[in-house]
Design a protein around this ligand. Structure first.
Ligand code: DX5
Ligand code: ZN
Length: 217
């Protein structure tokens, strides 16, 4: 099974965002991971639907929009209209996740549910049929460049057993080359990488190619 690669633009050069996105596409990325933060659910503010709309113009790749915002149901329509192909909400940020995930699907997007490092996988068990992806956070959300939390591997195995092939399992935060083989072996089907892709080594094209090779092992 091929694990999808979703570069996060959070650590890309926002002064040349379209170019950064096109370099990821050229490098063979499967999705573009777009981190939306509201300064309330997480201690950082990043971007809104207008930037998603600009990114939509720059690439044909699916936009994997990670909504790190309180009460995300308020903004589903506007992000969908801006071009989001997938919208992932946080279980911790929504009082009615079953309804919100259904609403994402009603809007024609893939529905994702994200769990913070402190949130047990079991809390998602009654939502598996409403989602197209379960996102296991490997850092506490809010910033790129944080260290990968090693207990994530066990959590990805639990998530993979829970969904049992019915939806994707995405891992997001602190992912580097060294994590890739064990994340794949643990059952991850999508990996997000931000600072590894945009801040390290030879640049996004080469870094994505290296991550692709590491996921083939
Ligand atoms: C963190 C975001 C992640 C992060 C990924 O809150 O959800 O997508 O930016 O960037 P790295 O790979 O640098 O942790
Ligand atoms: Zn993210």
């Amino acid at each position: 099974m091929t694990v999808k690669i979703a570069p996060s633009i959070l650590n890309a050069d926002f002064g040349h965002l379209a170019e950064a996105v096109q370099r990821a596409e050229k490098g063979g990325a499967d999705w573009i991971h777009v981190d939306v933060m509201d300064g309330a659910f997480v201690p950082n503010i990043t971007l809104g639907p207008m930037v998603v709309r600009a990114i939509r113009q720059a690439t044909k790749l699916p936009l994997d929009v990670h909504l790190m915002i309180d009460d995300p149901r308020r903004y589903l329509e506007v992000f969908r209209e801006a071009g989001a192909d997938g919208m992932t909400i946080h279980l911790e940020a929504d009082r009615h996740p079953h309804r919100t995930l259904s609403e994402i699907r009603r809007l024609g997007a893939r529905a994702g549910l994200a769990l913070n490092p402190g949130t047990p996988v079991e809390l998602a068990q009654d939502l598996v049929d409403e989602m197209d992806m379960l996102l296991v956070m490997s850092v506490n959300p809010g910033f790129g460049g944080q260290p990968f939390i090693d207990t994530t591997y066990r959590k990805v195995r639990q998530a993979s057993q829970l969904v049992c092939g019915r939806c994707d399992v995405e891992v997001d935060g602190g992912v580097k080359l060294t994590h890739a083989p064990l994340l794949k072996a643990s059952g991850a089907t999508v990996v997000v990488a931000g600072s590894f892709v945009y801040l390290e080594g030879e640049g996004p094209e080469a870094n994505i190619a290296a991550l692709r090779r590491a996921l083939l092992t």
